[in-house]
Design a protein around this ligand. Structure first.
Ligand code: SF4
Length: 429
């Protein structure tokens, strides 16, 4: 058996890091608690493998998997559903990382809804849809559990209309208190407030929580892990991940990847990298971050993408930043990799700063980008690098080429590598 190292970051969620409760030399079994939730907002971390603790630092625990794979895992000990979800260490697995047991303490009595976000909005990523196709019944059972905990009258699964096979499977399992809501194929339909707007018709302001619309929104995989925690007493030891882009076997979905797997192992599982590769991305093309083969997955990791090498354009470049796509830091990183000289940075006028993040006033509904494009041109830009949503990219494309500005999008490298259409001009139907 090949011995492999797995790494478990102590902070894979919003809140305080977990506290390591093992030390180097200890032997651990699959499912064993290795990081205990700190007081306040925090989450447990469990080992996904059986083996020996190699290293414990302030940031992570590394385990040498030196015992064979087994389907067995140490079962959770609680009996109450909400306590099981807390003990399992479940957080928002679509990227948000918010502890699920806290979210499910929302009381939706009086006609509220649990909304499952199955939009899987980022291009290339397919693991949520594959999960529905494999485990549609369990997903619906997870929704029923969340509805019962929150006293919700209704369960809604929001999914893109194009996902016909997954929709047909869900239809077989939903009950009379559940509904399948069809979304258009636009980015960012999966943004939490966009989902609520589409489903309820109510646009929340950027500081409001879903409760203001009598709703709780949960990512598709999160609800599946809720089912596992309550029905199977299983901690979070697996993650569904799409590996895509410039990998030899093409975009491939791996369900139930061992938590804490090394990026290089996932690339190998997809046949290894093609010859011509640029950066590696952890996450989706819009919001993912640059990673390396040496890094390890988190509870929130949905994608490992290998992009094409960066096109080189050394001219003066303007950056146009979206709240739901690559942030300024990410666009600066891409611009540097393209050899460009950044002469200005503008933000979509609907992108508002909330603490350290940007949030969009009305995700996916373009407020007009002409003024921003003209401003960047007046600063000397000869090209633009944008991270805008589908609708806003469309608007940029309706003016920038006429001003002789070349347009690049933060998703270009990954989409080219996956053979998908670039985010530029779209034709809304
Ligand atoms: S409207 Fe602007 S901030 Fe909002 S999603 Fe579109 S580009 Fe991003």
């Amino acid at each position: 058996m090949e011995e492999e190292v797995y790494r478990f970051y102590l902070k894979q969620h919003i809140g305080k890091p977990a506290l390591a409760c093992v030390k180097p030399g200890d032997d651990v079994f699959t499912g064993q608690l290795i990081g205990k939730a700190d007081e306040g907002l925090s989450l447990n971390i469990h080992s996904s493998v059986s083996g020996s603790i190699l290293e414990v630092t302030k940031e992570y625990i590394e385990i040498l998997k030196n015992l064979p794979d087994t389907a067995e895992y140490l079962h959770l000990s609680e009996t109450d559903p909400l306590k099981l979800i807390e003990e399992a260490g479940i957080c928002g697995m679509g990227g948000a990382g918010f502890p699920t047991f806290v979210k499910l303490q929302t009381d939706l009595s009086g006609g509220g809804s649990v909304i499952i976000n199955a939009a899987e909005c980022e291009p290339i990523l397919e693991h949520n849809i594959k999960r529905i196709i494999k485990s549609g019944e369990e997903v619906v059972k997870g929704l029923a559990i969340a509805m019962e905990i929150t006293n919700a009258a209704k369960g809604i699964i929001a999914i893109k209309e194009k996902q016909k096979e997954a929709i047909d499977i869900l239809k077989k399992h939903v009950n009379n208190n559940m509904e399948i809501f069809l979304l258009p194929d636009l980015y960012p339909m999966g943004e939490e407030r966009a989902v609520i707007r589409e489903v309820t018709g109510k646009l929340l302001d950027i500081n409001s929580l879903p409760q203001a619309a009598k709703a709780v929104v949960m990512n598709l995989e999160t609800i599946y892990r809720v089912y596992e925690a309550v029905a199977l007493k299983k901690p979070v030891i697996h993650k569904d991940i799409t590996v895509g882009g410039a990998v030899k076997e093409g975009t491939t979905v791996f369900l139930d990847v061992l938590a804490g797997t090394k990026v290089s192992k996932l690339l190998e599982m997809a046949g290894g990298l093609k010859e011509d590769v640029g950066e590696l991305i952890m996450g989706g093309p819009f919001t993912g971050k640059r990673t390396t083969k040496e890094d390890f997955t988190h509870k929130t990791t949905g994608g490992i993408l290998a992009a094409m090498p960066f096109l080189q354009d050394k001219r003066d470049m303007g950056l146009l930043v979206c709240a739901c796509g690559g942030n300024e830091e990410r666009l600066q990183e891409i611009a540097a990799s393209m050899g460009a000289n950044v002469v200005g940075v503008e933000f979509c006028k609907q992108a508002k700063r909330v603490k350290d993040n940007l949030k969009c006033d009305n995700p996916g509904k373009c407020p007009g980008q002409s003024a921003k494009v003209l401003k960047l041109r007046s600063l000397g830009a000869k090209s633009l690098l944008i991270s805008n949503c589908t609708d806003c990219s469309n608007t940029v494309m309706s003016i920038a080429p006429q001003l002789n500005l070349s347009v690049y999008h933060c998703t270009d490298g990954a989409l080219r590598a996956a053979g998908l259409r670039l985010v530029r001009k779209i034709h809304l139907t």
